[in-house]
Design a protein around this ligand. Structure first.
Ligand code: PLP
Length: 430
């Protein structure tokens, strides 16, 4: 099917044939290596070996330790700490850096909700800064504007697969004595100035949930070069309150632990998955390059911008529409693409607009922590505080989740042809 022949056909939205008649295969990086590794653990009968007490097994069983060693090696850090989800990882990270109730943590509205709720879980106050309109990551200038005497940390998200502007953010943090956490859930294997995204902050890490580049069903890995943070992460992961006495830990702030432990089967799978990460990232990058080539020249459509000092691993392939140039609304265009079989989404996230922040109801029904004395100033979550993120969500953003499908080059060419078809007949959508 050439773009031209396709371009002359009636749009599927208007009763024509779909450009992509069949659904794409689901992304599945799990193969025989993972099967064998999981089977071996099942045969051993030891599906977890953690003990929530100061004991040799406080650090987990052999697969947990092997996976953590492999991950620390791979990402080039001193410590890797596995957790049963990246949401748990983020909660552990906020506790480990020593957030006090009422401390403000600056974060992004353009992320998955767990980035910000991890702050709330320790009664920290999320403060939303705006994003860079090209990379969708926190804009250092907006971070700086939001720093107050109560700010203690910055929670960065390396969204869609590209690192935030870490040098600028770390410089800012140093100047204001702030800790930095990288939520690199979506960007394992992405590079920032030759270093892995997630490793430039005080603590960072990756999600291992089922639609990430590599996964263990559910899970996460924290990475840090800081010995004290690593110990606190391990404690929060595994019932800190019981362990600190016998372990001789003197700083017991935030040593209210959880069960955030990842099992032996998941870690055995994770070891195999990690070996595949480089190859999976490369193939995703090659697919994205083919797609960008196929979308060249479509009026009013901007393909992803990748900064020259970093790489993108395309968890999501983000685009922007200039509807003024195109002449039809984003909804109409997305409806037309969806009808052709291209599952573009027309919004991402504006976390600050969720009911938890709009109504300021989080713990209990009386507005805690915002109505309590620990919150030392009124913090606004009103629409308008993040104009770039809001405008992208309301008007111009459009994304394609490359994480969902097992796409071949032919599939990507078909997607590009579907775009070409819609653009060739834009007039019929008016
Ligand atoms: C940016 C971001 N942060 C946090 C999470 C939470 O990760 P998990 O699902 O492993 O808990 C996700 C999951 O998609 C995410 O994309």
């Amino acid at each position: 099917m050439s773009p031209n022949s396709c371009g002359n056909e009636r749009l599927a939205l208007l009763g024509g044939k779909k450009a992509i008649p069949n659904a794409f295969a689901k992304y599945n990086p799990i193969g025989k290596e993972e099967l064998a590794a999981a089977q071996q653990v099942i045969q051993s009968g030891v599906l977890s070996q953690f003990i929530g007490a100061w004991h040799e097994d406080f650090y987990g069983g052999p697969k947990v330790r092997e996976f953590e060693k492999a991950a620390a090696n791979y990402f080039g850090v001193k410590h890797a700490v596995t957790v049963n989800s990246w949401t748990s990882g983020l909660v552990a990270a906020v506790g480990a850096i020593g957030i006090e109730p009422g401390d403000e943590v600056i974060t992004t509205p353009w992320t998955m909700s767990a980035t910000a709720t991890a702050i709330l879980q320790w009664n920290g106050i999320p403060v939303f800064a705006d994003i860079d309109p090209e990379t969708y990551n926190l804009d250092p200038k907006s971070i700086e504007k939001n720093i107050t005497p109560f700010t203690r940390a910055i929670m960065v998200a390396d969204i869609f697969g590209q690192s935030a502007d870490m040098d600028e953010i770390m410089k800012l943090a140093k100047r204001h004595n702030l800790k930095v956490i990288s939520d690199t859930a979506q960007a394992p294997g992405a590079l920032y100035k030759g270093r892995f995204a997630g490793t430039c902050a005080d603590v960072g890490g990756y999600s291992l949930n089922y639609h990430k580049h590599i996964h263990t069903g559910e899970g996460g890995i924290l990475v840090t070069n800081d010995d004290k943070i690593a110990e606190r992460l391990q404690l929060i992961r595994n019932h800190a309150e019981v362990v600190v006495g016998d372990k001789g830990v003197s700083d017991i702030s935030n040593m209210v632990g959880h069960n955030f432990r990842l099992g032996e089967i998941e870690c055995a799978i994770g070891i195999e998955q990690l070996k595949k990460l480089g190859g999976l990232v490369e193939s995703r990058q090659a697919l994205a390059a083919t797609l960008s080539e196929g979308l060249q020249g479509l009026r009013g459509l901007t393909t992803p911008v990748v900064r020259s000092d970093r790489t993108h691993v395309y968890y999501v392939y983000p685009m922007q529409l200039d509807v003024g140039q195109i002449g039809v609304t984003r909804d109409r265009l997305c409806d037309a693409l969806n009808a052709e079989g291209v599952a573009v989404s027309r919004r991402y996230q504006n976390i600050h607009l969720l009911p938890v922040y709009q109504r300021k109801i989080a713990f209990g029904s009386k507005g805690f922590p915002w109505t309590s004395d620990i919150c030392r100033r009124p913090v606004s979550y009103a629409k308008g505080i993040c104009p770039v993120a809001e405008d992208l969500n309301d008007n111009s953003y459009m994304g394609l989740g490359l994480c969902i499908y097992d796409l071949s080059f032919e599939d990507v060419q078909m997607i590009a042809q579907a775009f070409q078809k819609v653009w060739a007949q834009i007039e019929s959508l008016k």
